[in-house]
Ligand binder design. Sequence first.
Ligand code: AYL
Length: 575
Amino acid sequence: PKIYKSPFPDVPVHNRSVFTHLFSSTDPSRVGEWPASSLAYVDAPTGTTLTRAQVKSFSLQLARSLQTKLQARRGDTVLIYSQNSLSWPIALFGSVAAGLRCTLANSAYNARELAFQYTDSGAKILYTSEEGIPVVLEMFKGLGLSLEEARQRIIVLTTSLHWAGDAYVPIGKDAKGFTILADLLGHGALAHEEKFDGDLANETVYLCYSSGTTGKPKGVETTHRNITAVIGQVRPVFPKSDSGPDRMLGILPFYHIYGAVKLVHFPLLVGTTVYIMPRFDPVQFLANIQKYKITNSLIVPPVLVVLSRLPQVDEYDLSSLDVLFSGAAPLGAALTKQVKKRLESKRKNGKPLYILQGYGLTETSPTTHLLEKPDSIRKIGSTGILLPNLEARLVIDGEGEGNIDAEEGQPGELWIRGPSVMKGYHNNPSATKDSITHDGWFKTGDIAIRDPEGFYSIVDRRKELIKYKGFQVPPAELESVLLTHPEIADTAVIGVDSAKEATELPRAYVVPGRPELLKTEGQKTAFAKGVQKWIESKVARHKFLRGGVVVIDAIPKSAAGKILRRELREAAKKE
Ligand code: AYL
């Protein structure tokens, strides 16, 4: 095989837990490498701060209560269902310190979607924000638990809160009758995290959900080593601002591996402060850049569309901004240039703004490629170079000869090997076997080209997955929901490109159960509109059928009964 190595020297890979790696130090005035009093996270709306020492101390306090009050045992799984807040990292690191695994759920999920992940992951305790309580109670009710039983499993992450020294003071209305995070702090602390005596490299710490190349969402087993390795691999390649310490604006959801790693873990390692926003709001995004003199932010391509159009861009001083980092979906060169030009033209200091790309997958913890500042224009559109410790192959189907490697400069499916590749899919050996070869190559399902200098571009996606604004939309899941509609006989879901919004939009093709009722175009349109509306009561917002519903006579299928998605996609492109 033709194996491409990273051009960077390998970084050390440790056999340590995530908690020890980030928080331990021989110098008591430090947490990890950084002063204990330095700010780890700031709540952007209120300015409330959390130092590195507080993150560590609150986490160890929570860890103790998890063990003593909630009888959590090493290896148990907890689920976090909350928008970004200061409490979120405490919930995560407290659980990790107690030796638990965390599964991170989309905060927009409804009760059905949440129930799937809660059950599939084998979670016991569940953290939710106050806003999530109704959905969580509906979920537990559906699972047959009484209100009292449900309450015993819920920890409420109050989002409006106030830290007073080492104490945590919730303000505003607290969730009556529920255990809130504050109730679990201040009852002593673990002296250190739960000791691991097993094989740390292979101990699962996070379970994010991804559909992989096909089918419904699966739990991705991310190990302690995956996480400690990947943040080390990103470190030498991640851009630094020239004007002193970086201040990061955190808008990406922490429950997605991209946010969890880059906004919650990585900043602790490299000494930056993250200004947390509970959700993306375009004007607040601009206001916070000005207010906190933000130097960089991680975004998804649609944020650049907003920045290219939003009139308020002219009203804020964005001159502190050094880097916008885009990932999770393809980013076009034209949009990149447009935003760069617009934001730079407003600056009095003449400083450049770098718009860079990264690439990765939930299964690779996630980042595998990054573009560096000096290459931002020269290699515009590229997702960058392979990170340290990683190897890549570009593989094509050798038609009968098995998999063979593409010629230099030719497209092929990107395969990745290295310490940040997941352990496998949770409780799903067959999906694991389909995606990781016996010698450790993970098949991404993306088609890439590598140029002679080692820069990779993603040119196509071979798998079913649809990406709406960086969020995964597994067609198989939408199809199974659509098939519960009493008037739908068959269906196929694909993504259609929207250049305007820089994203794909999920679209369903449906075969009506009673075609005789849909004779006129008017009747078909009305039926399609009805289905589009109906799905909104069934799935989270990012899965809405924004690309439309199209009534057809039959779904194109292979002889084996597999949906020929490519045919539908090609036809949609020609519209
Ligand atoms: P998942 N260009 C094109 N497609 C991309 C890109 C990109 N830059 N990044 C991700 N994708 C697609 O699991 C691709 O199809 O992880 C890939 O298989 O939600 C799929 O998204 C994975 O989706 C970064 C930058 C991580 C991005 C990420 C992506 C995490 C998304 C770290 O620095």
